[in-house]
Design a protein around this ligand. Structure first.
Ligand code: GUN
Ligand code: ZN
Length: 495
């Protein structure tokens, strides 16, 4: 696989990785945010991106540079790094976005790759076709074929030390995205951006985005670095990182600022609606909401852009720390509680629990059960998939949330929301999960589902369940053959 990317730790499908660009061995820790630099309008100078915001990589558009004679000559003369005054890694886009906006562009893939090479970019992009969402299938298929043909050209191009991306297209057809991923994998490319998600991001269609990310990743190598093209709002970093996106690029910080909008991890605010600034970045510490509202338009734009970048980089660091500690899904769950569209995305991600389980580590520090959505987490899915590993030796078996009882041949613990657990494992991860005393119905239902599954696997065994006040819904899931009694309610059998 790609020697340029190394994965250091994982959580759900999220990972901390190191992307190394060959030019000078520069390393980029992922998940990473690439601020978009518009070569014509530098709201915040690239050198400050590095010194003030800690950016290790940025992205700019080679097509915009190529199309403007003055910019082109300067970039060719000085090279991109000196010209922009940025020593970190630089990725360039190709004009595909302009192609999708204006219908045509005036360069070929070969020309723009050669140009990216000549200006000394670290990561170049061929001209893929960003097929919009919801188009008919035949269009999605034929445009995907064009993109794949261009990736073939890119592969055969002598790129020297330059890395090259293989964008994954396919509109809103998950099977096409998987196919695109599989085909892209066969070309010897380096970074895989998932393309044409901007219209979905603009409409907050996070559930669809998750489906497309998961479908694309199913086609790609598990250890391929994945970029989510055009995704720059900090509210969705945790969610999409948990689905396995490693790189994000933000034009949002500058575009939103131009419009008087203030980014937060809980969503976007209009500066005019803010009486207080819920942030302690250098901008929000120095200025009050009123001062920001009353300053000149140009100054306001710059200050908002700075705030927007600070919160974006802060969230990327928070995501990395969460992966390191193994609580990324808890962070996603928190973000989901701030916006229903993120909640939709989180629920859709958990619909892929079987896929998440494959990369989720077997042990972590802890598991916090934070809402009924936690009942669908991959850790619980994993336990239920492995119930057949529990050894049942008796014929009269007690499954209990409380004390064991010698009247039975064998006793197992019940650990909501997981289900039956051998006593020897009950004090180990993930059964040490922090679960609220007032568990929700979904948590109990999952527990009962696991008991039912175990009973079905051992139809010749007589099971008794001693539960702690389970709701009727959970008791109703158990087969009639199971005898139940409530440990805290009235003494005696439930039925
Ligand atoms: N920027 C945002 N989306 C895309 C895309 O699909 N392809 C390219 N090349 N750039 C993008
Ligand atoms: Zn701020």
């Amino acid at each position: 696989m790609d020697p340029c990317f190394e994965i250091n730790s994982t959580d759900a499908a999220g990972r901390i990785g190191t992307l190394t660009v060959p030019r000078n061995g520069q390393e980029v820790t992922t998940p990473a945010l690439l601020p978009v630099i518009n070569p014509g309008i530098k709201t915040i100078p690239p050198s400050e991106m590095e010194s003030e915001f800690g950016a290790e990589i940025l992205i700019t558009n080679s097509y915009i540079i190529h199309s403007n004679e003055e910019l082109r000559e300067e970039a060719l003369e000085h090279g991109l790094h000196d010209w922009l005054d940025f020593t970190g890694a630089i990725m360039t886009d190709s004009g595909s976005f302009q192609l999708s906006e204006y219908g045509s562009i005036s360069v070929t893939t070969e020309e723009i790759l050669q140009f990216q090479h000549d200006i000394g970019t670290d990561i170049a992009t061929p001209i893929d076709i960003p097929t919009p969402p919801d188009v008919d299938r035949s269009r999605a298929e034929s445009e995907l074929q064009t993109t794949l043909d261009r990736l073939e050209i890119a592969e055969s191009f002598d790129t020297g030390e330059m890395l090259v991306t293989g964008p994954v297209q396919g509109s809103t057809y998950p099977d096409l995205r998987t196919k695109a991923g599989k085909r892209a994998k066969r070309f010897d490319l380096d970074v895989y951006p998932i393309g044409a998600v901007v219209p979905l991001l603009e409409e907050y269609r996070f559930a669809d985005i998750i489906d497309l990310v998961v479908a694309s990743k199913k086609g790609l190598q598990p250890d391929a670095p994945v970029h989510l093209f055009g995704a720059g709002h900090p509210m969705m970093f945790a969610l999409t990182a948990a689905a396995g996106c490693d790189l994000f690029d933000s034009a949002a910080y500058a575009l939103y600022a131009r419009d008087g909008r203030y980014l937060t991890v809980r969503g976007t605010k209009h500066l005019e609606d803010l009486r207080w600034l819920p942030c302690s970045c250098p901008v929000c510490t120095e200025y009050s909401a009123k001062e920001l509202q009353e300053t000149t338009e140009k100054r306001q734009e710059e200050l908002l852009a700075r705030h927007n970048l600070y919160v974006s980089f802060e969230e990327i660091d928070r995501v990395k720390q969460a992966i390191h500690q193994g609580n990324l899904l808890e962070l996603v769950e928190k973000r989901a509680r701030a916006h229903p569209a993120i909640l939709d995305g989180y629920r859709r991600l958990l619909d892929h629990a079987g896929w998440l389980e494959r990369s989720d580590p077997a042990t972590k520090e802890t598991f916090f059960y934070l809402s009924s959505d936690s009942a669908q987490r991959p850790e619980i899915y994993r336990h239920q998939e492995r119930l057949d590993r529990i050894s049942i030796t008796g014929t009269d078996v007690l499954l209990t949330e409380g004390e064991e009882h010698e009247r039975y041949d064998q006793c197992l613990q019940i650990k909501p929301p997981f289900g039956p657990v051998p006593k020897t494992l009950a004090q180990m991860y993930p059964f040490t999960a922090e679960v609220p005393d007032q568990l929700d119905q979904q948590g109990y239902d999952q527990t009962a589902q696991a008991v039912r599954e175990l009973a079905e696997q051992h139809s010749d065994v007589s099971f008794t369940v001693a539960h702690d006040n389970w709701p009727e819904s959970a008791l109703g899931i158990l087969p009639d053959s199971i005898d139940t009694y409530n440990l805290t309610g009235s003494v005696g059998s439930d039925r």
